[in-house]
Design a protein around this ligand. Structure first.
Ligand code: ATP
Ligand code: MG
Ligand code: MG
Length: 306
């Protein structure tokens, strides 16, 4: 089985406005929709849509678990979240005004997990994972889940012989890189945090590739760089009308893993992931993409060896 781990998931409340949001004005809401947030779940959604079976794991708050489960069900995401009693999964507000590109996000801090919650989660994880499973750890860490816990979790997965993919930022990304995982996908901001000595990018990535087999640095609409087996690929994204780029990276990561799991070549995998992510940005929530669009866009992805 393949797994995604979202330690600090969210319920995204998408708020649609007919006009541009402004200060000192009553901004009237025309529609509200819900989506699941928190990165790993988006990876699960992408994998599922590409027919790669997987299960979403992580923590969810007990107080609003019904709502959380309902959204996962609607999205067709098979899951086994660990319940944190007396707490609620955070809600994030995503304001989308008509015609404008980009969205405004207001995010709550999220869950506070206890030592007991962390232990329960790690013990269960150790029991269910097997050699050869693909596991994606994505998103922020909840309050009470420390870097040491992340280190332990990665150790459990590596010792079991799992392929460990991480979509993390800041210190968590640094830790994953130091411990050595199989895949990372920093975006343009995250790579700057990681490369804090400001080394020249390509040599820095090549050095990192000795420890991390697959590295993608994503650059939004500019596409990405991928480093695998010492080769550097420059990937140019298809041009699309951007509606909401939130979750493009998550979608890319889910589709990239799906490609690897389906034993596609690295170029096919990059093509698939870039096409799925490009389709995603044409949709207004943070996970949806369309397979017909993917089929069309996949031919428009340009890949060259750097
Ligand atoms: P996330 O919000 O999911 O964390 P991110 O910042 O990690 O996103 P980005 O670098 O913004 O990730 O985007 C990931 C990939 O999505 C890009 O490498 C590209 O392939 C695709 N993508 C993003 N924005 C666009 C766009 N406007 N047009 C086409 N493709 C895009
Ligand atoms: Mg981005
Ligand atoms: Mg990202």
């Amino acid at each position: 089985m393949n797994y995604t781990i979202t330690l600090n998931p969210a319920i995204d409340r998408l708020i649609f406005l007919d006009e541009k949001m402004e200060n000192r004005k009553t901004n009237r809401i025309t529609d509200v929709a819900y989506d699941i947030g928190g990165k790993g779940t988006h990876g699960s959604y992408a994998m599922t849509k590409l027919n790669v079976k997987n299960k979403a794991l992580g923590f969810m708050g007990g107080l609003n678990s019904d709502k959380f489960q309902r959204i996962l069900e609607t999205k067709g995401i098979s899951n086994g979240f660990t319940t944190v009693k007396g707490q609620a999964t955070r809600e994030c507000y995503v304001v989308i005004d008509r015609d404008s590109t980009g969205t405004t996000m207001l995010t709550e801090k999220g869950l506070k997990v206890s030592r007991n919650d962390v232990d329960t989660f790690q013990t269960n994880l150790k029991k269910i994972v097997n050699y050869g499973d693909f596991v994606l750890i994505a998103g922020s860490l909840p309050v009470g889940f420390f870097l040491e816990d992340l280190k332990k979790m990665i150790k459990i997965l590596k010792e079991t012989g799992c392929f460990v993919a991480c979509d993390l930022s800041g210190d968590a990304l640094k830790l994953a890189t130091e411990v050595g995982v199989d895949f990372i996908k920093p975006n343009e901001f995250e790579i700057r945090e990681l490369n804090d000595k400001e080394e020249e990018l390509i040599p820095f990535l090549k050095k990192l590739n000795k420890k991390i087999s697959y590295i993608v640095v994503s650059l939004g609409q500019e596409g990405s760089y991928c480093i695998h087996d010492g080769e550097v690929y420059r990937v140019k994204s298809p041009f699309v009308k951007e509606v909401n780029d939130t979750g493009a990276g998550d979608c890319f990561v889910g589709a990239f893993l799906a490609g690897i799991i389906m034993k596609q070549t690295i170029e096919e995998t990059l093509r698939l992931a870039s096409a799925c992510a490009a389709s995603k940005v044409m949709h207004n929530d943070s996970s949806t993409f369309n397979l017909n669009e993917v089929e069309r866009l996949i031919h428009q992805v340009e890949i060259s060896k750097y």
